[in-house]
Design a protein around this ligand. Sequence first.
Ligand code: GLN
Length: 468
Amino acid sequence: MLFGSISHWKRQLAEGAVTPAELVESLSAAMERENPALNAYLSWNRDAALRQAAQADLTKPLGGIPIAVKDNICIAGAPTRCASRMLENFVSPYDATAVEKLRAAGAILFGRTNMDEFAMGSAGENSAFGPTRNPADTERVPGGSSSGSAAAVAGGIAVAALGSDTGGSIRQPASHCGIVGMKPTYGRVSRYGLVAFASSLDQIGPLTQNVEDAALVLNAICGHDAKDSTSSTQPTEDFSSQLGHDIKGARIGLPKEYLSLGNDAAVTAAVDRAVKTLTDLGAEVEEISLPHAEAVVASYYIIACAEASSNLSRFDGVRYGHRTEIPGGLDELYSHTRAEGFGDEVKRRVILGTYVLSSGFYDAYYARAQKVRALVAKDFSDAFGKVDFILGPTTPTPAPKLFDADLTPLQTYLADIYTIPANLAGLPGISVPCQASEGLPTGVQLLAPHFRETALLSVAHALEQALR
Ligand code: GLN
Protein backbone atom coordinates (compact mmCIF):
# COMPACT_ATOMS: atom_id res chain seq x y z
CA MET A 1 0.00 0.00 0.00
CA LEU A 2 1.55 3.28 -1.11
CA PHE A 3 1.46 6.29 1.20
CA GLY A 4 0.18 8.77 -1.40
CA SER A 5 2.17 10.63 -4.02
CA ILE A 6 3.70 14.09 -3.96
CA SER A 7 0.95 15.46 -6.19
CA HIS A 8 -1.71 13.88 -3.96
CA TRP A 9 -0.31 15.44 -0.80
CA LYS A 10 0.30 18.77 -2.50
CA ARG A 11 -3.42 18.94 -3.26
CA GLN A 12 -4.39 17.88 0.24
CA LEU A 13 -2.07 20.48 1.76
CA ALA A 14 -3.30 23.21 -0.59
CA GLU A 15 -6.94 22.47 0.24
CA GLY A 16 -6.16 22.49 3.96
CA ALA A 17 -7.37 18.89 4.28
CA VAL A 18 -4.16 18.15 6.15
CA THR A 19 -1.39 20.27 7.73
CA PRO A 20 2.32 19.55 7.19
CA ALA A 21 2.59 18.53 10.86
CA GLU A 22 -0.30 16.08 10.51
CA LEU A 23 1.31 14.66 7.39
CA VAL A 24 4.60 14.15 9.24
CA GLU A 25 2.74 12.55 12.15
CA SER A 26 0.85 10.10 9.99
CA LEU A 27 3.98 9.20 8.04
CA SER A 28 5.87 8.70 11.32
CA ALA A 29 3.11 6.42 12.58
CA ALA A 30 3.18 4.37 9.38
CA MET A 31 6.96 4.22 9.52
CA GLU A 32 7.06 3.11 13.15
CA ARG A 33 4.54 0.39 12.38
CA GLU A 34 6.09 -0.96 9.18
CA ASN A 35 9.80 -0.23 9.40
CA PRO A 36 10.74 -3.09 11.77
CA ALA A 37 9.67 -5.58 9.07
CA LEU A 38 11.37 -3.72 6.20
CA ASN A 39 14.43 -2.07 7.80
CA ALA A 40 14.14 0.65 5.19
CA TYR A 41 15.07 3.53 7.51
CA LEU A 42 18.28 3.57 9.52
CA SER A 43 17.55 6.73 11.45
CA TRP A 44 14.99 9.51 11.61
CA ASN A 45 14.29 12.54 13.71
CA ARG A 46 10.60 13.15 14.21
CA ASP A 47 11.15 16.38 16.13
CA ALA A 48 13.37 17.82 13.42
CA ALA A 49 10.74 16.89 10.82
CA LEU A 50 8.01 18.53 12.91
CA ARG A 51 10.12 21.68 13.29
CA GLN A 52 10.45 21.84 9.50
CA ALA A 53 6.71 21.18 9.17
CA ALA A 54 5.93 24.11 11.43
CA GLN A 55 7.79 26.41 9.05
CA ALA A 56 6.70 24.81 5.79
CA ASP A 57 5.86 27.26 3.02
CA LEU A 58 3.04 25.71 1.02
CA THR A 59 3.55 28.11 -1.88
CA LYS A 60 6.83 26.38 -2.73
CA PRO A 61 6.96 23.48 -5.23
CA LEU A 62 7.54 20.81 -2.55
CA GLY A 63 6.13 22.84 0.36
CA GLY A 64 5.38 20.56 3.30
CA ILE A 65 6.24 17.32 1.47
CA PRO A 66 8.40 14.86 3.46
CA ILE A 67 11.24 13.29 1.45
CA ALA A 68 13.44 10.41 2.63
CA VAL A 69 17.16 10.60 1.87
CA LYS A 70 19.67 7.79 1.31
CA ASP A 71 22.24 7.45 4.06
CA ASN A 72 25.14 8.58 1.81
CA ILE A 73 23.75 12.06 1.06
CA CYS A 74 24.74 14.58 3.75
CA ILE A 75 22.12 16.28 5.89
CA ALA A 76 23.44 18.86 8.37
CA GLY A 77 23.09 17.63 11.94
CA ALA A 78 21.91 14.17 10.89
CA PRO A 79 23.77 10.84 10.89
CA THR A 80 25.27 10.15 7.45
CA ARG A 81 26.65 6.68 7.87
CA CYS A 82 26.56 5.13 4.41
CA ALA A 83 25.30 2.04 6.25
CA SER A 84 28.89 1.47 7.41
CA ARG A 85 30.51 0.79 10.79
CA MET A 86 33.18 3.17 9.56
CA LEU A 87 30.77 6.10 9.88
CA GLU A 88 28.60 4.69 12.66
CA ASN A 89 28.96 7.80 14.82
CA PHE A 90 29.36 10.36 12.07
CA VAL A 91 27.02 13.35 11.97
CA SER A 92 27.28 15.52 8.88
CA PRO A 93 28.27 19.14 9.53
CA TYR A 94 26.69 20.34 6.28
CA ASP A 95 23.94 19.75 3.72
CA ALA A 96 24.58 18.18 0.33
CA THR A 97 23.59 20.59 -2.45
CA ALA A 98 20.68 18.32 -3.43
CA VAL A 99 19.45 18.47 0.18
CA GLU A 100 19.90 22.24 0.35
CA LYS A 101 17.83 22.47 -2.84
CA LEU A 102 15.10 20.22 -1.41
CA ARG A 103 14.92 22.52 1.60
CA ALA A 104 14.76 25.57 -0.69
CA ALA A 105 11.85 23.92 -2.53
CA GLY A 106 10.02 23.60 0.79
CA ALA A 107 10.48 19.85 1.37
CA ILE A 108 10.71 18.33 4.84
CA LEU A 109 13.69 16.00 5.24
CA PHE A 110 12.35 12.81 6.70
CA GLY A 111 14.67 10.00 7.70
CA ARG A 112 17.81 8.32 6.38
CA THR A 113 17.32 5.23 4.28
CA ASN A 114 19.23 1.97 4.42
CA MET A 115 21.62 0.99 1.63
CA ASP A 116 24.48 -1.28 0.69
CA GLU A 117 27.59 -0.07 2.51
CA PHE A 118 29.06 2.90 0.61
CA ALA A 119 26.56 2.11 -2.20
CA MET A 120 28.39 -1.08 -3.19
CA GLY A 121 25.91 -3.81 -3.95
CA SER A 122 22.71 -4.76 -5.70
CA ALA A 123 20.61 -6.26 -2.93
CA GLY A 124 20.79 -4.12 0.19
CA GLU A 125 22.46 -7.07 1.91
CA ASN A 126 25.77 -5.27 2.38
CA SER A 127 24.42 -2.84 4.99
CA ALA A 128 26.24 -2.97 8.33
CA PHE A 129 22.85 -2.42 9.96
CA GLY A 130 21.00 -5.40 8.54
CA PRO A 131 19.34 -6.05 5.19
CA THR A 132 16.29 -4.23 3.87
CA ARG A 133 13.36 -6.38 2.75
CA ASN A 134 11.22 -6.10 -0.35
CA PRO A 135 7.67 -4.98 0.54
CA ALA A 136 6.29 -7.14 -2.31
CA ASP A 137 7.83 -10.26 -0.72
CA THR A 138 9.82 -9.88 2.49
CA GLU A 139 11.80 -13.05 1.76
CA ARG A 140 13.30 -11.24 -1.23
CA VAL A 141 15.79 -8.42 -1.63
CA PRO A 142 14.52 -4.96 -2.55
CA GLY A 143 17.51 -4.44 -4.84
CA GLY A 144 20.31 -2.02 -4.16
CA SER A 145 22.21 -0.12 -3.37
CA SER A 146 19.34 2.34 -2.69
CA SER A 147 17.49 -0.50 -0.95
CA GLY A 148 15.88 1.55 1.81
CA SER A 149 14.75 4.38 -0.48
CA ALA A 150 12.97 1.91 -2.78
CA ALA A 151 11.48 -0.20 0.01
CA ALA A 152 10.28 2.87 1.91
CA VAL A 153 8.45 4.28 -1.11
CA ALA A 154 7.04 0.92 -2.21
CA GLY A 155 6.21 -0.10 1.36
CA GLY A 156 4.07 2.97 2.05
CA ILE A 157 6.45 4.62 4.51
CA ALA A 158 7.81 7.41 2.31
CA VAL A 159 6.18 9.83 -0.10
CA ALA A 160 9.34 9.95 -2.21
CA ALA A 161 13.06 9.45 -1.69
CA LEU A 162 16.49 10.38 -2.98
CA GLY A 163 18.95 7.70 -3.98
CA SER A 164 22.29 7.56 -5.75
CA ASP A 165 23.09 5.61 -8.90
CA THR A 166 26.63 4.60 -9.83
CA GLY A 167 25.80 1.50 -11.84
CA GLY A 168 22.05 1.18 -11.40
CA SER A 169 21.41 1.75 -7.71
CA ILE A 170 18.31 3.87 -8.28
CA ARG A 171 16.81 2.09 -11.30
CA GLN A 172 17.42 -1.52 -10.21
CA PRO A 173 15.79 -1.32 -6.74
CA ALA A 174 12.95 0.73 -8.25
CA SER A 175 12.39 -2.12 -10.71
CA HIS A 176 12.53 -4.81 -8.00
CA CYS A 177 10.10 -2.91 -5.78
CA GLY A 178 7.63 -1.79 -8.46
CA ILE A 179 8.23 1.96 -8.35
CA VAL A 180 9.81 4.65 -10.57
CA GLY A 181 13.54 5.37 -10.30
CA MET A 182 15.46 7.87 -12.36
CA LYS A 183 19.14 8.56 -12.91
CA PRO A 184 19.63 12.01 -14.44
CA THR A 185 22.37 12.89 -16.93
CA TYR A 186 25.81 12.92 -15.30
CA GLY A 187 26.37 16.47 -14.06
CA ARG A 188 22.67 17.41 -13.83
CA VAL A 189 22.56 17.07 -10.04
CA SER A 190 25.44 18.25 -7.92
CA ARG A 191 27.46 15.52 -6.23
CA TYR A 192 28.56 17.91 -3.48
CA GLY A 193 27.72 16.18 -0.22
CA LEU A 194 27.16 12.78 -1.80
CA VAL A 195 29.74 10.48 -0.21
CA ALA A 196 31.85 9.48 -3.21
CA PHE A 197 31.92 5.88 -4.43
CA ALA A 198 33.03 6.26 -8.08
CA SER A 199 33.02 9.96 -8.88
CA SER A 200 32.88 9.67 -12.67
CA LEU A 201 29.73 7.52 -12.43
CA ASP A 202 27.84 8.68 -9.30
CA GLN A 203 24.62 10.62 -9.73
CA ILE A 204 21.78 11.52 -7.30
CA GLY A 205 18.19 11.00 -8.41
CA PRO A 206 14.59 10.36 -7.31
CA LEU A 207 12.75 7.15 -6.35
CA THR A 208 9.04 7.88 -6.52
CA GLN A 209 5.58 6.38 -6.77
CA ASN A 210 5.06 7.70 -10.28
CA VAL A 211 6.70 9.57 -13.16
CA GLU A 212 5.05 12.89 -12.35
CA ASP A 213 6.66 12.84 -8.90
CA ALA A 214 10.05 12.02 -10.41
CA ALA A 215 9.77 15.20 -12.50
CA LEU A 216 8.78 17.24 -9.44
CA VAL A 217 11.77 16.05 -7.42
CA LEU A 218 14.09 16.53 -10.38
CA ASN A 219 12.84 20.11 -10.77
CA ALA A 220 13.95 20.76 -7.20
CA ILE A 221 17.40 19.13 -7.17
CA CYS A 222 18.94 19.95 -10.58
CA GLY A 223 21.15 22.87 -11.46
CA HIS A 224 24.72 24.07 -11.73
CA ASP A 225 26.78 24.05 -8.55
CA ALA A 226 30.17 25.70 -8.25
CA LYS A 227 31.01 23.25 -5.44
CA ASP A 228 31.07 20.30 -7.87
CA SER A 229 33.60 20.67 -10.67
CA THR A 230 31.72 18.15 -12.82
CA SER A 231 28.39 19.93 -12.39
CA SER A 232 26.88 20.90 -15.72
CA THR A 233 26.05 24.47 -16.72
CA GLN A 234 23.19 23.20 -18.90
CA PRO A 235 20.13 25.29 -17.97
CA THR A 236 17.51 23.43 -15.95
CA GLU A 237 14.05 22.99 -17.36
CA ASP A 238 10.56 22.40 -16.09
CA PHE A 239 10.84 18.64 -16.33
CA SER A 240 7.06 18.31 -15.95
CA SER A 241 6.35 20.46 -18.97
CA GLN A 242 5.85 17.63 -21.47
CA LEU A 243 3.97 15.19 -19.27
CA GLY A 244 0.76 14.20 -20.99
CA HIS A 245 2.06 15.09 -24.45
CA ASP A 246 1.39 12.83 -27.36
CA ILE A 247 4.32 10.51 -28.12
CA LYS A 248 3.17 9.68 -31.65
CA GLY A 249 6.16 9.26 -33.96
CA ALA A 250 8.71 8.90 -31.15
CA ARG A 251 11.43 6.55 -32.40
CA ILE A 252 12.35 3.94 -29.83
CA GLY A 253 15.24 1.52 -30.25
CA LEU A 254 15.22 -1.97 -28.82
CA PRO A 255 18.82 -3.24 -28.56
CA LYS A 256 18.94 -6.81 -29.81
CA GLU A 257 21.78 -7.56 -27.38
CA TYR A 258 19.45 -6.76 -24.44
CA LEU A 259 17.00 -9.43 -25.49
CA SER A 260 19.36 -12.29 -26.07
CA LEU A 261 21.30 -12.38 -22.83
CA GLY A 262 19.27 -14.94 -20.93
CA ASN A 263 16.53 -12.84 -19.39
CA ASP A 264 13.92 -14.33 -17.09
CA ALA A 265 10.58 -15.02 -18.83
CA ALA A 266 8.81 -12.42 -16.65
CA VAL A 267 11.33 -9.80 -17.81
CA THR A 268 10.92 -10.72 -21.47
CA ALA A 269 7.15 -10.48 -21.04
CA ALA A 270 7.49 -7.05 -19.42
CA VAL A 271 9.55 -5.74 -22.33
CA ASP A 272 7.07 -7.21 -24.85
CA ARG A 273 4.26 -5.49 -23.01
CA ALA A 274 6.09 -2.15 -23.07
CA VAL A 275 6.79 -2.51 -26.80
CA LYS A 276 3.14 -3.23 -27.53
CA THR A 277 1.93 -0.37 -25.34
CA LEU A 278 4.31 2.17 -26.85
CA THR A 279 3.46 1.01 -30.36
CA ASP A 280 -0.25 1.40 -29.60
CA LEU A 281 0.53 4.95 -28.49
CA GLY A 282 1.99 5.67 -31.91
CA ALA A 283 5.68 5.27 -31.18
CA GLU A 284 7.86 3.50 -33.74
CA VAL A 285 9.80 0.72 -32.09
CA GLU A 286 12.70 -0.71 -34.07
CA GLU A 287 15.56 -3.06 -33.37
CA ILE A 288 18.98 -1.47 -32.89
CA SER A 289 22.41 -2.76 -31.90
CA LEU A 290 24.73 -1.79 -29.04
CA PRO A 291 27.71 -3.94 -30.06
CA HIS A 292 29.72 -3.59 -26.82
CA ALA A 293 26.84 -4.53 -24.51
CA GLU A 294 28.62 -7.61 -23.21
CA ALA A 295 31.77 -5.74 -22.18
CA VAL A 296 30.10 -3.18 -19.92
CA VAL A 297 30.17 -5.15 -16.68
CA ALA A 298 33.90 -5.81 -16.83
CA SER A 299 34.64 -2.21 -17.73
CA TYR A 300 32.38 -0.85 -14.98
CA TYR A 301 33.74 -3.03 -12.17
CA ILE A 302 37.31 -2.07 -13.04
CA ILE A 303 36.59 1.67 -13.20
CA ALA A 304 34.21 1.73 -10.22
CA CYS A 305 36.61 -0.24 -8.01
CA ALA A 306 39.59 1.86 -9.10
CA GLU A 307 37.80 5.07 -8.19
CA ALA A 308 36.44 3.57 -4.97
CA SER A 309 39.90 2.51 -3.82
CA SER A 310 41.02 6.11 -4.18
CA ASN A 311 37.88 7.74 -2.76
CA LEU A 312 37.73 5.47 0.27
CA SER A 313 41.35 6.09 1.23
CA ARG A 314 40.05 9.07 3.22
CA PHE A 315 38.63 6.68 5.83
CA ASP A 316 41.90 6.25 7.66
CA GLY A 317 41.02 6.66 11.33
CA VAL A 318 42.65 10.09 11.45
CA ARG A 319 40.15 12.60 10.16
CA TYR A 320 36.71 11.24 10.89
CA GLY A 321 34.77 8.08 11.41
CA HIS A 322 35.87 4.94 13.17
CA ARG A 323 39.34 4.72 14.76
CA THR A 324 40.81 1.46 16.06
CA GLU A 325 41.63 1.11 19.72
CA ILE A 326 44.45 -1.33 19.05
CA PRO A 327 47.70 0.49 19.86
CA GLY A 328 50.44 0.69 17.23
CA GLY A 329 52.12 2.94 14.68
CA LEU A 330 50.58 4.77 11.73
CA ASP A 331 50.44 1.69 9.48
CA GLU A 332 48.66 -0.30 12.20
CA LEU A 333 46.27 2.60 12.76
CA TYR A 334 45.29 2.52 9.07
CA SER A 335 45.06 -1.21 8.72
CA HIS A 336 43.19 -1.98 11.95
CA THR A 337 40.80 0.94 11.46
CA ARG A 338 39.95 -0.16 7.94
CA ALA A 339 39.79 -3.86 8.81
CA GLU A 340 37.32 -3.09 11.59
CA GLY A 341 35.32 -0.37 9.86
CA PHE A 342 34.71 -1.81 6.38
CA GLY A 343 32.53 -4.79 5.47
CA ASP A 344 33.57 -7.59 3.11
CA GLU A 345 32.25 -6.10 -0.13
CA VAL A 346 33.96 -2.75 0.47
CA LYS A 347 37.23 -4.54 1.20
CA ARG A 348 36.86 -6.68 -1.92
CA ARG A 349 36.44 -3.55 -4.05
CA VAL A 350 39.28 -1.60 -2.48
CA ILE A 351 41.60 -4.56 -3.06
CA LEU A 352 40.37 -5.01 -6.65
CA GLY A 353 40.69 -1.28 -7.35
CA THR A 354 44.17 -1.06 -5.91
CA TYR A 355 45.19 -4.05 -8.01
CA VAL A 356 43.90 -2.69 -11.33
CA LEU A 357 45.66 0.63 -10.68
CA SER A 358 48.96 -0.92 -9.65
CA SER A 359 52.00 -0.49 -11.84
CA GLY A 360 52.29 -3.38 -14.25
CA PHE A 361 48.52 -3.95 -14.34
CA TYR A 362 47.27 -0.45 -15.02
CA ASP A 363 47.47 -0.71 -18.81
CA ALA A 364 46.04 -4.20 -18.93
CA TYR A 365 43.00 -3.35 -16.80
CA TYR A 366 42.29 0.29 -16.04
CA ALA A 367 43.43 1.77 -19.36
CA ARG A 368 41.57 -0.92 -21.32
CA ALA A 369 38.42 -0.44 -19.27
CA GLN A 370 38.51 3.25 -20.16
CA LYS A 371 38.79 2.35 -23.85
CA VAL A 372 35.76 0.10 -23.54
CA ARG A 373 33.94 2.94 -21.80
CA ALA A 374 34.62 5.17 -24.81
CA LEU A 375 33.31 2.45 -27.16
CA VAL A 376 30.15 2.07 -25.11
CA ALA A 377 29.58 5.83 -25.28
CA LYS A 378 30.08 5.68 -29.05
CA ASP A 379 27.55 2.82 -29.35
CA PHE A 380 25.01 5.14 -27.79
CA SER A 381 25.85 8.19 -29.88
CA ASP A 382 25.52 6.02 -33.00
CA ALA A 383 22.20 4.61 -31.77
CA PHE A 384 20.84 8.05 -30.93
CA GLY A 385 21.55 9.06 -34.51
CA LYS A 386 18.70 6.71 -35.45
CA VAL A 387 16.32 6.71 -32.50
CA ASP A 388 15.16 9.16 -29.80
CA PHE A 389 15.00 6.68 -26.91
CA ILE A 390 16.20 3.20 -26.05
CA LEU A 391 13.96 0.66 -24.35
CA GLY A 392 15.01 -2.54 -22.61
CA PRO A 393 14.84 -4.49 -19.37
CA THR A 394 16.08 -2.81 -16.18
CA THR A 395 17.37 -6.12 -14.82
CA PRO A 396 17.67 -9.66 -16.24
CA THR A 397 15.54 -11.19 -13.44
CA PRO A 398 13.05 -10.06 -10.79
CA ALA A 399 14.26 -9.71 -7.17
CA PRO A 400 16.22 -12.74 -5.91
CA LYS A 401 15.75 -14.34 -2.51
CA LEU A 402 17.52 -12.71 0.42
CA PHE A 403 21.00 -14.17 1.10
CA ASP A 404 20.74 -16.60 -1.78
CA ALA A 405 23.76 -18.79 -1.17
CA ASP A 406 23.86 -19.86 -4.81
CA LEU A 407 24.64 -16.33 -6.02
CA THR A 408 28.36 -15.53 -6.18
CA PRO A 409 29.57 -11.91 -6.18
CA LEU A 410 30.36 -12.33 -9.90
CA GLN A 411 26.81 -13.40 -10.72
CA THR A 412 25.50 -10.43 -8.80
CA TYR A 413 27.80 -8.10 -10.75
CA LEU A 414 26.63 -9.57 -14.05
CA ALA A 415 23.01 -8.69 -13.23
CA ASP A 416 23.95 -4.99 -13.55
CA ILE A 417 24.41 -5.40 -17.31
CA TYR A 418 21.45 -3.21 -18.35
CA THR A 419 21.86 -0.39 -15.86
CA ILE A 420 25.64 0.12 -16.06
CA PRO A 421 25.75 1.47 -19.65
CA ALA A 422 23.91 4.69 -18.75
CA ASN A 423 26.52 5.39 -16.06
CA LEU A 424 29.48 4.62 -18.31
CA ALA A 425 28.04 6.95 -20.98
CA GLY A 426 26.58 9.53 -18.55
CA LEU A 427 23.07 9.17 -19.99
CA PRO A 428 19.74 9.73 -18.25
CA GLY A 429 17.70 6.60 -17.58
CA ILE A 430 14.42 5.75 -15.90
CA SER A 431 12.87 2.49 -14.72
CA VAL A 432 9.09 2.31 -14.98
CA PRO A 433 7.03 -0.54 -13.45
CA CYS A 434 5.71 -2.79 -16.23
CA GLN A 435 4.63 -6.14 -14.87
CA ALA A 436 3.18 -8.48 -17.45
CA SER A 437 1.76 -11.13 -15.14
CA GLU A 438 1.10 -12.05 -11.54
CA GLY A 439 4.21 -12.33 -9.45
CA LEU A 440 7.08 -10.07 -8.60
CA PRO A 441 7.41 -6.44 -9.66
CA THR A 442 9.31 -5.94 -12.92
CA GLY A 443 10.41 -2.72 -14.53
CA VAL A 444 11.51 -1.65 -17.97
CA GLN A 445 14.17 0.93 -18.61
CA LEU A 446 14.09 3.88 -21.00
CA LEU A 447 17.29 5.76 -21.89
CA ALA A 448 17.68 9.09 -23.68
CA PRO A 449 20.53 11.25 -25.00
CA HIS A 450 22.30 13.59 -22.57
CA PHE A 451 20.10 16.28 -21.04
CA ARG A 452 16.91 14.97 -22.66
CA GLU A 453 15.21 14.31 -19.31
CA THR A 454 12.08 16.30 -20.19
CA ALA A 455 11.39 14.14 -23.25
CA LEU A 456 12.40 10.97 -21.39
CA LEU A 457 9.91 11.71 -18.61
CA SER A 458 7.25 12.39 -21.22
CA VAL A 459 7.60 8.93 -22.83
CA ALA A 460 7.91 7.24 -19.43
CA HIS A 461 4.74 9.00 -18.31
CA ALA A 462 2.85 7.98 -21.47
CA LEU A 463 3.89 4.37 -20.91
CA GLU A 464 2.95 4.46 -17.23
CA GLN A 465 -0.47 5.97 -17.91
CA ALA A 466 -1.25 3.52 -20.70
CA LEU A 467 -0.35 0.60 -18.43
CA ARG A 468 -2.81 1.68 -15.72
N1 GLN B 1 25.30 -2.77 -8.20
C1 GLN B 1 26.31 -1.86 -8.63
C2 GLN B 1 27.52 -1.99 -7.74
O1 GLN B 1 27.46 -2.75 -6.86
C3 GLN B 1 25.78 -0.45 -8.63
C4 GLN B 1 25.89 0.26 -7.36
C5 GLN B 1 25.44 1.67 -7.43
O2 GLN B 1 24.85 2.11 -8.42
N2 GLN B 1 25.76 2.41 -6.39
O3 GLN B 1 28.49 -1.34 -7.94
